[in-house]
Ligand binder design. Structure first.
Ligand SMILES: [Fe+2]
Length: 350
């Protein structure tokens, strides 16, 4: 172990006998302890300890005015919990009860008066070594904790990135910009927020909603990319993107993926029960699915696709309004309506 720390160790000696103090200070200086200082006045000691705790306190127990026990109590109140603060008590008192009381108050070791030079140096050295080793360990632990936090964050970010890319992969097949999935996430989050869902839930919806059409990966090109109208059989195949998506995302312990599975399966359910794949109605449809249904429909209507032109925001909103309580949850569509109104007002006043 590197022992240079001894030269930098701050040692405070508190002893009302000036001769004892001087003797110990000289002894420590001669052994390379460059920062040892002392006082014969316990009140001065309390002031110095309050200002800054040294690395080691050498303390006489029996002093007039403030005795060593009061100093011990004072130091105990100042020591951060869990920190090893070494206190070496020097006493002529051999009464075990006195030593026990000092121990209970935080003394770490004893030296009897008159002290033996070799013994006291050894005890001081050992206590300081323990002090510095504990410091090193604490610093090391803190560094490790920071590293673990960073790695966890990296892992979380890479997990989210993979999910974004999975959403992109599903969208790439019929919209190579991938912007639709992102916009559906953003709209869903705005609606969720406007419906007073908590910030954690809003963020989950924002990240899970882009995966709503991940099941398109499993659809044949001949159906998915077919221009013009699709037959009833082909539409039956298109409908399976909900169950395929749910299967791709199923069985996860991660709340984000569990929500994504729920959304993938339920985003084509209708409020009146005429949707697919489970013909759920009303509040039986998971809320996230009802939210994404509105966000998905609005975004699809307001953006041009190869097979149809884009509607204006007003026309798209009117189309959603016309389906309030039929295709769409009335609360969700009303929230969306108000949300867009508010955004429009803000834009106009800007
Ligand atoms: Fe879909």
């Amino acid at each position: 172990m590197d022992l240079t720390f001894l030269a930098h160790a701050r040692i405070l000696i508190v002893d009302d006998q000036a001769s004892n103090l001087a003797l110990l200070a000289r002894l420590l200086a001669s052994r390379g302890y460059g920062r040892a200082s002392g006082t014969t006045d316990p009140r001065e000691a309390l002031r110095r300890l309050t200002a800054e705790l040294p690395d080691l306190l050498v303390l006489d127990l029996h002093m007039p005015g403030v005795d060593g026990f009061e100093v011990l109590e004072h130091v105990r109140a100042l020591t951060p919990p869990g920190e090893f603060f070494p206190i070496l008590v020097i006493t002529g008192d051999r009464d075990p009860a006195v030593r026990e009381r000092a121990l209970l108050l935080g003394a770490r070791d004893f030296v009897s008066k008159p002290f033996n030079s070799i013994e006291i140096l050894l005890r001081i050295h050992n206590l300081l070594e323990t002090r510095f080793l504990q410091r090193q360990l604490t610093t090391h632990n803190r560094e490790l904790e920071t590293l673990v936090r960073l790695r966890t964050q990296e892992l979380e970010e890479s997990r989210l990135e993979i999910l974004e890319r999975l959403a992109l992969a599903s969208e790439y097949r019929d919209d190579d910009t991938g912007e639709h999935t992102r916009r559906v996430g953003a709209w869903s989050a705005r609606i969720a927020h406007a419906m007073a869902l908590g910030p954690a839930q809003v963020e989950l919806i924002e990240r899970a909603a882009p995966l709503h059409d991940v099941g398109k990966i499993g659809l044949p090109d001949a159906v998915l990319l077919k221009p013009g109208r699709v037959s009833a059989d082909e539409f039956a195949i298109i409908k399976t993107h909900t169950t395929i998506g749910a299967r791709i995302l199923s069985g996860s312990q991660v709340p984000l993926l569990q929500l994504a599975e729920e959304i993938a399966r339920s985003h084509h359910e209708r409020y009146d029960g005429d949707g697919y794949p489970d013909h759920l109605a009303g509040d039986d449809i998971p809320l996230a699915g009802r939210i994404v249904a509105v966000a998905d429909a609005y975004d699809a209507m307001t953006h041009e696709r190869p097979y149809r032109t884009a509607l204006s925001p007003d026309d798209a909103l009117a189309a959603i309004d016309a389906q309030r309580g039929r295709q769409f949850d009335p609360d969700v569509s009303q929230t969306f309506f108000r949300l867009l109104e508010r955004r429009r007002r803000v834009r106009q006043s800007a």
